[in-house]
Design a protein around this ligand. Structure first.
Ligand code: GCB
Length: 614
């Protein structure tokens, strides 16, 4: 290699390292525990303008898209109204139709069912004059996929990623009389998105979760963690992070039922990290989901939470909850109200879908394939349901693109940040069915490292794939498995290949001595369609598939859990077989409105009898 080649090679390596390392966490952690603060809701009816040509940005007909005139009367975010009958203004929010927020547009308007692109949404609000020293934050539970947010014509910022929360400090932009808030929501599927272009779920667009104004003091509690220390069931470890660098501010943590009342002082970054010894604690478990009233106080504010304490670890092939081996009797679910065919976004829907899982005999759910709304983990906490939380690193996203890695890392960070105080959440999953390549391995490794850095107390996993070796043995030996706590994999014996008759005798080789979780298996059945167990799409076929798969799975060494695919039928534009699928993935054990298919009973019976053998 000559000198020039060497320099080029070194340059490429340096560029590679520069692009990929380190994966930076967002500068400002997410605002925690919005629901227990002083809030007012901006949910309700919002005006909207459908804008497939991105007209809302620019005023001259031939102006390129990226030239934006901030003051332009024709820019939608300025919410301009013609002053007289002469003036040319070609939009008007107040004369435009309305839709419900939170809510996806696809299920609300028939003509927007398959729409993928930009919709501008606007609502006005008034807010009483803020007390001196108070701040007002604007919080979004989620906007799918890309949000651009403007208040009274000021651009507040952009958020990318359709399933995580974000907020802005709007104090400087508030008007004393009326305010108008404009959100540009764009749900186009993009090659360098997370997820990418291809998913087996419906791409619901819009402001899909709560929008909330949060009033805080000038210096406020932005973030906090309160969990048992790693490997120590008698020590609560955590921190409180203020929004500003404010050193020596007193912070008090109270957990009256544990006799905890402790004071700390923040350091120069506004952070107080602490450890608190606790003697007798009633641990959170699936049978007794004990939650303690916790209060965090500064001299300006008081924030309450209900937090459970438990340990989650692995030992050999066991998963230990509070030191005792557990089985994860699970089911996968999407964040969908399948009765309505819409995104789910309320506490009532969370209660309904988790209760359905409970009735099926589950103590565990896989929230696929992206972070679900916050009600889900709150309800799981109080119901005693263990949770697998996941980010949409799904199938073949563009693993070679540093922008995609930064995006995935940001979504992972936002998910962990929001859910880290929920005892129910036991697993962070960094990916689903991602075919191994060196770029993908590097990508996942960064995410795994980041998850552990951000939260050392939970298990890290990913839904891997299996493959069949030459000898016909089914193998799980994806090299990323060595970095995971739980080896989870999806397999579709009897649906995408493999004979159901032979399933129970299939040989399996798992390359790691770790707990094994079957993160998916299943097959479609149209409710009410009957036939023999050899006929696809019938309830009998699905029932047989479950019987045979369960026999097979019980012979896989180290199996400690499963989350079959899936609790209820869900919308997927990829599933087009007329009369059977009609735009729905029919692998649900329930129909959208809760009717039970035959395989439901197979799994329920299995869970009733499945125990850990000593
Ligand atoms: C999978 C995917 C899931 C699909 C499912 C199916 O492996 O993880 O998102 O919906 O298979 O039905 O094919």
């Amino acid at each position: 290699m000559n000198c020039i080649q060497l320099i080029i090679k070194k340059g490429i390596i340096a560029l590679f390292l520069f692009c990929f390392l380190p994966v930076l966490l967002p500068a400002q952690p997410a605002l925690q525990n919005v629901y227990n603060r002083k809030t007012s809701s901006l949910n309700g009816q919002w005006h909207y303008i459908v804008d497939p040509y991105e007209t809302g940005y620019y005023n001259y007909r031939y102006q390129p898209y990226d030239v934006v005139d901030k003051a332009s009367t024709s820019a939608f975010y300025n919410n301009y109204h013609a002053k007289n009958k002469q003036e040319l203004v070609e939009y008007d929010f107040n004369r435009s139709p309305k839709m419900q927020v939170p809510g996806d547009w696809n299920s609300q308007k028939e003509n927007l069912f398959y729409y993928e692109g930009t919709i501008w949404l606007k609502r006005s609000f008034q807010y009483p004059l803020l007390k001196k020293g108070s701040r007002l934050l604007l919080h979004f539970g989620a906007v799918n996929y890309r949000a651009e947010v403007y208040l009274n014509g000021h651009k507040l910022g952009i958020h990318e990623g359709g399933f995580t929360s974000f907020d802005f400090d709007v104090t400087p932009y508030l008007n004393t009389d009326s305010n108008f808030l404009v959100v540009k929501a764009d749900n186009r599927r993009i090659k360098d998105g997370v997820p990418g272009i291809n998913t087996d779920w419906f791409n619901y667009g819009g402001i899909t979760r709560d929008v909330t104004l949060v009033e805080t003091p000038d210096i406020y509690i932005r973030d906090y963690a309160l969990q048992l220390a790693r490997g120590n069931a008698h020590k609560i470890a955590g921190y409180v992070q203020l929004n500003r660098f404010a050193s020596n501010s007193p912070v008090q943590v109270d957990i009256p039922e544990l006799g905890v009342r402790t004071q700390f002082a923040t350091d120069s970054t506004g952070r107080a990290a602490f450890e608190i010894d606790v003697d007798s604690i009633r641990y959170w478990s699936t049978e007794q989901p004990v939650l303690y009233n916790c209060t965090i106080r500064t001299n300006r504010e008081e924030l309450k939470d209900r937090i459970g304490f438990r340990t989650i670890e692995t030992a050999g092939q066991d998963i230990l909850l509070n030191g005792k081996p557990v089985l994860l009797k699970g089911i996968s679910m999407h964040e969908e109200n399948s009765a309505k065919g819409s995104r789910a976004n309320s506490r009532a829907e969370a209660v309904e879908s988790l209760s359905r899982a409970k009735q099926l005999g589950c103590n565990y759910v896989r929230l696929a394939h992206y972070p679900h709304n916050e009600y889900m983990v709150q309800v799981a906490d109080s119901m005693g349901m263990m949770v697998w939380d996941e980010i949409p690193v799904y199938w073949t996203i563009d693993f070679s693109n540093p922008r995609v890695l930064r995006n995935a890392a940001a979504q992972l960070s936002e998910m962990i940040s929001r859910d880290k105080n929920r005892a129910s959440v036991i697993i962070w999953s960094v990916a689903n069915e991602t075919p191994p390549t060196s770029e993908r391995n590097y990508f996942l490794l960064q995410l795994i490292r980041q998850a552990r850095l951000q939260d050392a107390t939970r298990l890290v996993s990913a839904a891997l794939e299996q493959h069949t070796g030459n000898s016909g043995v089914h193998m799980v030996n994806d090299s990323i498995g060595q970095h995971l706590d739980i080896v989870a994999f999806n397999q579709y014996t009897g649906w995408y290949g493999g004979s159901l008759k032979d399933a129970p005798n299939m040989k399996w080789e798992i390359g790691y001595h770790k707990p094994v979780v079957i993160s998916e298996f299943g097959g479609d059945a149209k409710y009410g369609l009957h036939g023999t167990k050899e006929e696809r799409w019938t309830e009998e076929y699905q029932e047989y598939l479950y019987e045979q798969n369960l026999k097979m799975i019980m012979k896989i060494p180290g199996v400690r859990g499963m989350s079959p695919w899936i609790l209820a039928d869900f919308r997927s534009p990829k599933r087009l077989l007329p009369g059977v699928q009609d735009g729905w993935n029919r692998k649900g054990l329930l129909t959208g409105d809760g009717k039970k298919k035959k395989a439901y009973f197979t799994l329920r019976n299995f869970y009733t009898n499945w125990t850990l053998k000593n």
